[in-house]
Design a protein around this ligand. Structure first.
Ligand code: NDP
Ligand code: 2IT
Length: 450
């Protein structure tokens, strides 16, 4: 079936620089081969050509004023990729590395991730090349207000509901929400990840990290193992990494690393979570400051590791949780992890492993949970926030956490069952892509050629 090659060639011809999007699309399309052999009707409806094309892409100028009174300009994006299953849903990323290809890859992944949750949410993503690092609170607020001054006309609680991602947390969601309300006069569930006393859901902040750990638990349980006593590597030091570490510690595992763009901390006694929260959630400083309270820990600056890969994956452990960014784990890193005996990988980040790394994990048949399955707990809990907003309720932590656990277990079961159905029981990449695709494609067929 030449459709994978033909589709990628067509996409590359129209926008040759979107390499991250091709990486994500190639993985999904390759996994669909056995499904298309069994179910040729997906071809008859030309689902492939339709699903790789966003329904709508919005690109806009964001002009804002810095503290010195100078007007600054950034690019703003929102890709409304697929609404077959519900309103567009997905985060906003503010990071200088953001391009249209980054947002498109994230939006594409989001379609299948959201489908796997079983909830009524379509796929979308947005963001900006704005760099929040070193900006004052006032600058962040003015940027968020300028960003929302265009975005507000494209979103709504039943059309498109953005949330956080890299560089967008509770503070930014607050400023974005305030501006949306000022412009529309409506107090409604148009963003998720809101503050707990103004419409947010208890447990949303923790959900992605907790969910990635629940997913690891599910994978290990299926192999007769548990997380208890396991030494774990975590990358990143943001929202997802922090709550991954919290849940690992709660379940009797020990997270010994975390990292940011400046370097990696290795604390063999286990990461001091209260300190990490203080450094990253309150002070917003580099991880090197961890050494101030823990001189016995090791700090490996990013610059000291210039080769192929990242220091965090070279430390001996039992399990690994990539929670920073895309392509942060290379083929050489994967080889090092496998050599060191790591037998469980659960991805909190989106597409953190390169294609070569994924191949190595699949070949080794270890418990490998790809991001679109393992990190779906965040967006699933966002949908729980939407449900609470529309029914004017606030649920307890017990209720949200029980639902999160159930959703993660269902996602794991669907991926495992589908992998088995297609003859590769340990391949959760295949399972996730086919199960997610089938749900979206079937809805697209039911809804006709739109
Ligand atoms: P945060 O901004 O809270 O944290 C990101 C962390 O990763 C920071 O420690 C940051 O370091 C590091 N990082 C980011 N970009 C780079 C880079 N290019 N090189 C090195 N380090 C980098 O983001 P989140 O924790 O929310 O997101 C982390 C990952 O999880 C992303 O892939 C995101 O798409 C994914 N995700 C997030 C969800 C959520 O609910 N927030 C849901 C599902 C997936 P520094 O501070 O130095 O920049
Ligand atoms: O990648 C993701 O799933 C997110 N950043 C969360 C999206 C959401 O709408 O909560």
């Amino acid at each position: 079936m030449p459709y994978v090659h033909d589709t990628l060639a067509r996409l590359q011809q129209s926008s040759p620089a979107q390499t991250e999007f091709y990486q994500a699309a190639e993985e999904v399309l390759e996994c669909l081969r056995p499904l298309f052999e069994r179910s040729p009707h997906y071809h008859d409806h030309n689902i492939i050509e339709r699903i790789v094309e966003p329904e709508r892409q919005i690109l806009f100028r964001v002009s804002w004023t810095d503290d010195a009174g100078k007007v600054r300009v950034n690019k703003g994006y929102r890709v409304q990729f697929n609404s077959a299953l519900g309103p567009y849903k997905g985060g906003l990323r503010f990071h200088p590395s953001v391009t249209s290809g980054t947002i498109k890859f994230l939006g594409f992944e989001q379609i299948f991730k959201n489908a796997l949750t079983g909830l009524a949410i379509g796929g979308g993503k947005g963001g900006s090349d704005f760099d929040p690092k070193g900006k004052s609170d006032g600058e962040i607020m003015r940027f968020c207000q300028a960003f929302m001054s265009e975005l507000y006309r494209h979103i709504g609680p039943t059309t498109d509901v953005p949330a956080g991602d890299i560089g967008v947390g509770a503070r930014e969601i607050g400023y974005l929400y305030g501006q949306y309300k000022r412009l529309t006069g409506r107090y409604e569930g148009v963003l998720t990840g809101k503050g707990l006393n103004w419409g947010g859901s208890i447990g949303r902040k923790e959900a992605t990290g907790y969910g990635a750990v629940y997913f690891a638990q599910n994978m290990l349980e299926a192999r007769g193992d548990t997380l208890d006593g396991k030494t774990c590597l975590v990358s990143g030091a943001g929202n997802v990494a922090i709550y991954t570490i919290e849940k690992l510690h709660e379940l009797g595992a020990r997270a010994v690393t975390c990292s940011d763009s400046s370097g990696t901390i290795h604390d063999p006694n286990g990461i001091d979570l209260a300190l990490l929260k203080e450094l990253k959630e309150v002070k917003r400083v580099s991880l090197e400051a961890y050494l101030g309270a823990h001189p016995e820990a090791h700090y490996i600056p990013r610059a000291a590791y210039p080769g192929d890969g990242h220091a965090v994956w070279r430390i001996k452990a039992d399990a690994a949780f990539p929670c920073a960014t895309q392509n942060e784990l290379t083929g050489a890193d994967a080889a090092a992890l496998l050599d060191n005996g790591v037998a469980c990988i659960s991805e909190g980040a989106n597409m953190p492993s390169t294609a070569e790394a994924v191949d190595r994990f699949l070949e080794a048949k270890i418990a490998y949970g790809p991001g679109k399955a393992a990190n779906a707990g965040g967006v699933a809990t966002s949908q729980l926030e939407m449900a609470q907003n529309s029914s004017m309720q606030q649920w307890s932590l017990d209720k949200v956490d029980a639902k999160l656990k159930e959703i993660m277990a269902n996602i794991h079961q669907q991926c495992a069952d589908t992998a088995k159905e297609f003859g590769e029981p340990t391949n959760l990449v295949l399972g996730a892509n086919i199960a997610g695709f089938r749900r979206v494609a079937d809805a697209m067929i039911d809804q006709g050629a739109v």
